[in-house]
Structures are given as structure tokens and as C-alpha cells.
Design a protein around this ligand. Structure first.
Ligand SMILES: [Zn+2]
Length: 275
């Protein structure tokens, strides 16, 4: 138990839920140590349930929502980087990378998951987190960087596999509404989701045994989804939908080779000799 460690780096407290929740629950159930790192407490988010938070309480409420979700998935409590929501491209980039290098060296994950360069729908916070994470994965392995840290956090650590969590083109077709492509409204205009082609997706995780944990994790983020969403009003429909039962990833870095076909396991290539 606990022989593998997975670390997920996100921007906002609900970023893990829809695309990753099943995967987190699945690897936790296998006995892996699973951590979610959120760069912000999501205080710039909307409030879909007025009785759940006010603009003043939102960061504290969203922190609790992510704690609730992590508990539901059976993973470690979340780690927050304490940056302001909506401003990640403007914060001190070196400091942010340094925070992640220290975390990688402390937690020593074999697998790191973050956003791809698309940021799912071009969200600047997601794109900033993407660049921080890929930079930190490289520097964490390099003894020349951040060598003056105290204690064990100084020892370099090589992450074996770095993944991007992505949305498949086919999933986007299912998400389209009234013939319009799936998009997120930002400052009054729609930002389209970026779909990845089937041949680009290296890894598909079957989470059909974990849809209940995934659903409950999503429900923890009440301020962001609201009680009128299908996650509350039509849970059976959601959990039976094919798009809900598979989570897609792109393997971006690997020290253990590359899959010939599509992988069905984030730990493929790592398990030999450790189980
Ligand atoms: Zn986000």
C-alpha cells in the first residue's frame, strides 16, 4: 500500500472534479498516495447557490468544498499555493515554480498530472499552471536548482510520468448545446473547450467503478454547480453517460517508455517489481 504517489496540480478548487475525480478515487482505492495541489481558493468563481457563500466567504467555502471532495475520493487533504484566483499569469512565476519544486521533492510522486497547453478552454490560470508544472518537473530533478532548501526537500526527484488531463473531441460533441460548441463564458464572451483528437490521447482511464465517488466529489463543489444542475437533478443519467465514465490523458514526459497503443493505467511501465 502507498507504494506509488500521484500529484495533481490545478488552478481552482473544482478543477479536479469533472475530468479527474474518478481517476483520483480509483488510484486511492488501489492504495496510492494521491495529492491535489490547487494554486488558488477560487475566490473569483461565481456563486450558483446564494445560501452557500457570499463573495467574502467564497474562498473559505471553496477551500472546504475541495476538502470535502478529496475526502470523498479517499485522497490526502488538498494543498493550496495561496495565489489569487484569476491572476496566475501575473504572480511571481519563479516563486510559483519554486513552490512546486519543493512539493515535488517532498511528496516524491512517480506521476504528475496537470493541464495541457490548451488550459481546457484557454483559461489563463490553467495555462500558467501548465507552464509552472512542466518547468517544476524538470527543475525538481536538477540538483543545481533550489539546492539551498532545508532538509529532505533539497534532494532532487525525478518524476517518471507527466500527464496532461484533456478533453476528447468526442466528449465535446456530447457537450454541445443547441448545435453550439461547448464553451465557458468569460467576461461576456464564449471561450471554446479545446478537444484533443483520438490519436493524440495516449491514456484512457475507465472510472466506471468509481462514478459514485466522482459524482459525490462534484456535488461537494456546490457553489460552482448549483442544485439545479444534472449532478443533483438527474444523477443516474450523468453516471451512466459514457463521457462520465472515462477520463482522458496525454502522456507528455516519460522515463519508462511510451505506450504502443492506448494505455489504460497511469502506472503502466512503473508497476513491474513494485507490486
Ligand atoms: Zn479552473
Amino acid at each position: 500500500m502507498g507504494s506509488f504517489t500521484l500529484m495533481v496540480v490545478t488552478a481552482h478548487p473544482d478543477d479536479e472534479a469533472l475530468g479527474l475525480g474518478g481517476t483520483l478515487a480509483r488510484y486511492a482505492a488501489e492504495g496510492c498516495d494521491v495529492y491535489v495541489v490547487a494554486a488558488t481558493r477560487g475566490e473569483a468563481g461565481q456563486i450558483f447557490e446564494p445560501d452557500a457563500a457570499t463573495p467574502i466567504t467564497l474562498p473559505r467555502v471553496r477551500e472546504q468544498e475541495l476538502r470535502c471532495a478529496c475526502q470523498t475520493y479517499g485522497i490526502h487533504p488538498p494543498i493550496f499555493l495561496d495565489y489569487p484566483d484569476g491572476l496566475l499569469p501575473l504572480v511571481h512565476q519563479g516563486q510559483a515554480v519554486g513552490k512546486l519544486v519543493r512539493l515535488i521533492r517532498r511528496l516524491r510522486p512517480q506521476v504528475v498530472i496537470t493541464f495541457g497547453p490548451d488550459g481546457i478552454y484557454g483559461h489563463f490560470d490553467h495555462i500558467a499552471v501548465h507552464w509552472w508544472t512542466i518547468t517544476a518537473v524538470d527543475l525538481a530533478a536538477d540538483p543545481d536548482w533550489f539546492a539551498d532548501e532545508p532538509g529532505e526537500e533539497r534532494d532532487p526527484h525525478q518524476v517518471d510520468k507527466l500527464y496532461y488531463r484533456v478533453v476528447a473531441e468526442e466528449q465535446l460533441e456530447m457537450m454541445a448545446q443547441n448545435g453550439r460548441p461547448a464553451a465557458v463564458m468569460r467576461d461576456g464572451v464564449p471561450f471554446r473547450f479545446v478537444g484533443w483528437k483520438q490519436e493524440q490521447i495516449t491514456t484512457v482511464i475507465d472510472v466506471s467503478d468509481y462514478v459514485e465517488a466522482k459524482l459525490q466529489g462534484i456535488r461537494c463543489h456546490l457553489t460552482q454547480i448549483g442544485r439545479q444542475s444534472p449532478f443533483f437533478t438527474a444523477p443516474e443519467m450523468v453516471t451512466l453517460a459514457p463521457w462520465f465514465r472515462e477520463e482522458n490523458f496525454v502522456l507528455a514526459r516519460s522515463t519508462v517508455g511510451w505506450p504502443e497503443g492506448v494505455e489504460d493505467d497511469l502506472l503502466a511501465g512503473l508497476r513491474g517489481g513494485r507490486d
